[in-house]
Design a protein around this ligand. Sequence first.
Ligand code: UDP
Ligand code: MG
Length: 338
Amino acid sequence: MSAFSVPKPPIAIDTNGDRLDVSAIVPIYNEIESLPHLVAAIAAALQTAGLRYEIICVDDGSTDGSPEWLKQQAKLRSDLRAVLLRRNYGQTPAMAAGFKHARGKAIVTLDGDLQNDPADIPMLLAKLEEGYDLVSGWRKNRQDAKLTRILPSKMANWIIGRVTEVELHDYGCSLKAYRAELAADMNLYGELHRFLPALAYIEGARITELPVRHHPRRFGQSKYGLGRTFRVLMDLLTIWFMKKFLTRPMHVFGLLGLGSMAVGGSLGIYLTALKLLFGQSIGDRPLLSLAVLLLVTGVQLFCFGLLAELLMRTYHESQDRPIYRVREVAEPEETVKN
Ligand code: UDP
Ligand code: MG
């Protein structure tokens, strides 16, 4: 039986208003050869586990016929939804689009190239049930090029671990399971999908990891080269800043600004004293330039901190984003009944 003629799966979309158990989200960029196998494998894994599910394939502007195939299949299968982006935005926006359309109580993300194994999904979901908000896959036996992929990734993982304080072995693994509420709280930008555990940590999530299988790419080719190392580093800086100072930018910029002003001011006083008390000429001293530079920079940094505070407030208040996340509220039964 070819993968194209899989039997029609049971109704996946709820009719009585109940939510689905899980939405599987897959970003797709030119993966036409993998697609039939991929959809069949995800469906098989989730049906075997007896779950009510949907598969959301987000086409990220493919040019190899993937969107056409997805559209056609979405009409035939009740468990597949195709979200087609207008152009190629990148993996992170594709995943964000998937999150937006997901209707399941849990969300699972995986790659469209069959490198992740859909058969691992039920195991991740079971772990989620134990009380975690995010379960991240760990490609313990990774099947990629050693020198160009695994080594840079190992280094990146180490740095990310230090900077974000979320200790995972493998941030780059796309196979992850989330509680839907957590996914809804996270806003994705840049190439931040790699930092989802760190973002989740900022949102106060309980995070763990599980070893998962990993296969070599069978069809097509990787969409990334070494250039992404640099972009990952920039994203890392953003994350570090967000984690530390998102709700209190003045603590950084204000402190730096005051420090700079204090040093510049002291130098200024010293030079003024030399001039007024000892009659020395100070006009050609490099120290004078330094004092002025530090004073001006200090004032700038201080004002920048104030602006950042204002921006941060607008960010939180305009979107109704509280600066905290409530896990749950326990109340006496009576108050609910009355
Ligand atoms: N992908 C995407 N948009 C892009 C690049 C990649 O949606 O611009 C998808 C791609 O189809 C795959 C996943 O993101 O499903 C991971 O890409 P890839 O396998 O090339 O990355 P690698 O496994 O080599 O890190
Ligand atoms: Mg891949």
